[in-house]
Design a protein around this ligand. Structure first.
Ligand SMILES: Nc1nc2c(c(=O)[nH]1)N[C@H]1C(S)=C(S)[C@@H](COP(=O)(O)OP(=O)(O)OC[C@H]3O[C@@H](n4cnc5c(=O)[nH]c(N)nc54)[C@H](O)[C@@H]3O)O[C@H]1N2
Ligand SMILES: Nc1nc2c(c(=O)[nH]1)N[C@H]1C(S)=C(S)[C@@H](COP(=O)(O)OP(=O)(O)OC[C@H]3O[C@@H](n4cnc5c(=O)[nH]c(N)nc54)[C@H](O)[C@@H]3O)O[C@H]1N2
Ligand code: SF4
Ligand SMILES: [Mo]
Length: 725
């Protein structure tokens, strides 16, 4: 029956594929094709198709759990008792050690409403500065580089539909064949239209197999690679001088820095032969328009911000940013990876992508929240630093939407820190490895059971809709914050500031974001439903420029109301394409940044002679907390493995399937060998979706990028040997 079909979006990645849900007997839903959503045009990957499996009460949490003082085990409890225990646990820390001893950790999978409410809860109710989230581990380097160069961070400054119409795309450290399968179409269409695809990846991935050119640099050398390409652009006279003059600043210093990176020197660092560098420059520069897209490969490095900056410099020098069908973009990862970074769960941020250190931003948001600007705490620690401080400076933690004991770098240490907490509360849909360590676990509703907005990798704000009621015993994250505010907040009825209706939260978010870089004030649930999503910035009708200077720039605080636009007034259409007239900097020009090659935080030596890189496989998602509970996905990707080249396998005497021990300065992991010529002989690859002895993050290096505070997930030094156990 038509009326029972609910159009919505996938619970997993940032592509936010459209899907239709139809309730089926037994309390779950059937997923079917939703052809009206243009991004995926009905196509879904296996994760999206099988998402309803997690609605099954046999798989998910359906009752709060509290740790029994007698047995030490987690046992079912009522909501009242569980919430009281959380309030007591957090309050005890707050009273004993001060507000900053209470930490909050969020996630880029949370809807905009949840991310907004969580950030507000931390600052207004707990009064702590110690909040950050897993997006720090995701696109933070690209975000920092984007703000530095363009004055604004929106992952893709253009819709995906532009990709097939450009002339050349360089895809750097991105493997959409595994991580966003329905998006692969945009790249195959690009080639069908006569454009070229260049893939930069130390592995010949299924994405690289589709490319016209595959460059396989040594992990962690993308910065040198981009500089070498820019050197050749200059040497071959392929710069766009008029564009550089009119639309950029800082070229001289950036040019000088690039000229120090001779192609032969770059070949020695990266392992990419000079003729391939020249061919890349030719393919990138000859067409009218071209793009560079990055994902986690170049970004998850201790120099990720500069690395992305070097690729942006290449775009700017060739006039390929802020022009039709040209530009730099980052392929954001999590379901709300874009929106999750805009509304205040990041350590240094207020809603609307405002800076917590900007006095005008503090005034504006404090007015919306009805608090004194002076009461808002300052910036806190970044994600890894926060996790590293657990049990010492931070004694209690409220965690919503992440599973860091599997997904954080140096995970054995992080696990030990989590265990040393005085008090841990986790809200999750399943008993993740981190939830299993908690004092209290709250079972929360899932995508099909709740309404809310996400912002996709294109910067398109989307409406997810509730398709069925939640089972008994399960409540929403907004309700959790509402109840905790009632128990922990000041003044009469503090919970009133934390509505449980997502649309009410969104209406407040609109006002809080008004006038900020990520301005949602012109967006409403009604518009999202009618228009199938709206691209930000989308200011409410009224005076004022559309693109405000980016975070860090001081801006006058606009009046926080009104934002509801009558249908007959001029309505802002949203902004699918950014920067076409000007960049979001004070002077409207993009900024070159002079950057230079530097070594990885850890380079191979006699003891640890091999490089480890990490990433994803198509059938598992992130820490695996959700997808490891889905039979069909487990059958496709049952466990961890170590991908290595036959030459390395021969040297250590390993055959296909042999258990291998991979040892780094942080620890040891064991997983079977998967031998393939698709990887460089000096590098091994492990996916990070599993806990236990095959946990890749036991090995990874928490060395942080100085600007973005991104850990070096994509490269560390290891020893690989056959495991005789
Ligand atoms: N199936 C699946 N899909 C997902 C996710 C998932 O967990 N599973 N997660 C979602 C999220 S949150 C994210 S962030 C995205 C991530 O999406 P991607 O960035 O595409 O995923 P990764 O596998 O982490 O990394 C991409 C590629 O970087 C390469 N790489 C490793 N080291 C380097 C290097 O030094 N330089 C370069 N150039 N490349 C390198 C790896 O070999 C890998 O093929 O995927 C999203 N989609
Ligand atoms: N070695 C290595 N490590 C990595 C990476 C890598 O490439 N290599 N990539 C990093 C990246 S890009 C990312 S994004 C992180 C991700 O790593 P995590 O932050 O661990 O991400 P998930 O596994 O998605 O964890 C989300 C948790 O929240 C729960 N959840 C889902 N929806 C909701 C909700 O609405 N509310 C609540 N309360 N809970 C919910 C899920 O069940 C799950 O337990 O991993 C990082 N770690
Ligand atoms: S590509 Fe991403 S959004 Fe689309 S179905 Fe798969 S996991 Fe869901
Ligand atoms: Mo991510």
């Amino acid at each position: 029956m038509q009326s029972t079909v609910t159009p919505t979006h996938c619970p997993y990645c940032a592509l936010q594929c459209g899907m239709n849900l139809t309730p089926v007997p037994g309390g779950t839903v059937r997923v079917s094709e939703r052809a009206d959503f243009p991004v995926n045009r009905g196509a879904l990957c296996g994760k999206g198709r099988t998402a309803p499996a997690l609605l099954d009460p046999g798989v998910r949490l359906t009752s709060p759990l509290v740790r029994s003082p007698e047995t030490g085990a987690l046992v079912p409890a009522g909501w009242g008792e569980a919430l009281d225990r959380i309030a007591e646990g957090l309050d005890r820390t707050r009273t004993g050690y001060g507000a900053d001893a209470v930490g909050v950790f969020g996630g880029g999978g949370l809807t905009n409403e949840k991310a907004y409410a969580l950030g507000k809860f931390a600052r207004v109710v707990l009064g702590t500065s110690q909040i950050d989230y897993n997006g720090r581990f995701c696109m933070s380097s690209a975000a920092a580089a984007g703000v530095r160069a363009f004055g604004l961070d929106r992952g893709l400054p253009f819709p995906l539909e532009d990709v097939p119409r450009t002339g050349c795309v360089i895809l750097v450290g991105s493997n959409p064949a595994e991580t966003m399968p329905p998006a692969l179409r945009y790249f195959t269409e690009l080639r069908a239209n006569g454009g070229t695809l260049i893939v930069v990846d130390p592995r010949r991935t299924r994405t690289a197999e589709q490319a016209d050119l595959h460059l396989a640099p040594r992990p962690g050398t993308d910065l040198a690679l981009a500089l070498g390409l820019l050197h050749l652009v200059v040497a071959e006279g392929r710069t766009d001088e008029a564009y550089i003059r009119e639309r950029t600043t800082g070229w001289e210093e950036a040019r000088a820095a690039a000229m120090a990176h001779w192609p032969e020197y770059v070949e020695r660092i990266t392992g990419v032969p000079v003729p391939l560098l020249r061919e890349t420059v030719r393919l990138f520069c000859e067409p009218e328009a071209a793009m560079v897209l990055t994902a986690r490969g170049p970004e998850q490095q201790a120099k990720g911000t500069d690395t992305v900056g070097a690729w942006i410099n290449l775009c700017l020098a060739t006039g390929r940013a802020g022009r039709p069908l040209s530009g730099y973009g980052c392929l954001t990862g999590q379901g709300n990876g874009q929106g999750g970074r805009e509304h205040g769960q990041k350590a240094d941020q207020l809603p609307g992508y405002r800076k917590l250190t900007d006095p005008a931003a503090r005034r504006h948001v404090a007015a919306v929240w009805g608090v004194d600007p002076g009461s808002l705490p300052g910036p806190g620690r970044s994600a890894y630093e926060l996790l590293d401080a657990l049990g010492t400076d931070i004694r209690s933690l409220l965690l919503m939407g992440s599973n860091p004991v599997v997904s954080a770098p140096r995970a054995a240490h992080v696990e030990e820190r989590v265990r040393s907490l005085d008090f841990l509360a986790v809200c999750d849909v399943v008993l993740s490895e981190t939830a299993a360590l908690a004092d209290v676990v709250l079972p929360v509703t899932q995508w099909a059971e709740e309404t809310g907005t996400t912002t996709s990798l294109e910067g398109r704000v989307l409406l997810r809709r509730r398709a069925l009621p939640a089972p008994d015993g399960v409540r929403g994250d907004l309700e959790v914050l509402h109840e905790l505010a009632a128990r922990l907040g000041d003044g009469p009825s503090p919970e009133k500031r934390f509505p449980t209706d997502p649309e009410e939260v969104f209406e407040e978010l609109r006002r809080a974001s008004a006038g900020g870089p990520a301005d949602y004030s012109g967006i409403s649930y009604r518009r999202l439903a009618e228009e199938n999503g709206v691209f930000w910035p989308c200011p409410a009708p009224g005076p004022g420029p559309e693109l405000k200077p980016g975070p860090g720039a001081s801006q006058a605080a606009p009046a926080p109301a009104p934002v509801s636009a009558p249908a007959d007034r001029a309505v802002h259409p949203g902004t699918p394409r950014l920067f076409l007239d000007r960049f979001a900097t004070e002077d409207g020009r993009a900024r070159f940044v002079p950057v230079a090659h530097r070594a990885n935080a850890e380079e191979p030596d006699d003891e640890y002679p091999v490089l480890l890189t990490t990433g994803r496989v198509v059938a598992q998602y992130q820490s695996g907390a959700q997808t490891r509970r889905v039979d069909e996905l487990n059958a496709a990707a049952p466990g961890p493995f170590v991908e290595l080249h036959p030459r390395l396998a021969e040297r250590i005497g390993a055959a296909e399937g042999d258990p291998l021990a991979v040892v780094s300065r942080r620890g040891r992991a064991v997983a079977p060998a998967r031998i393939t010529t698709a990887i460089r002989p000096d590098t091994v690859f492990m996916p990070f979706h599993w806990a236990g002895e095959g946990r890749a993050n036991t090995l990874t290096n928490p060395a942080l990028d100085p600007t973005s505070r991104m850990p070096e997930f994509k490269v560390c030094a290891v020893r690989v040997e056959t495991a005789r156990s």
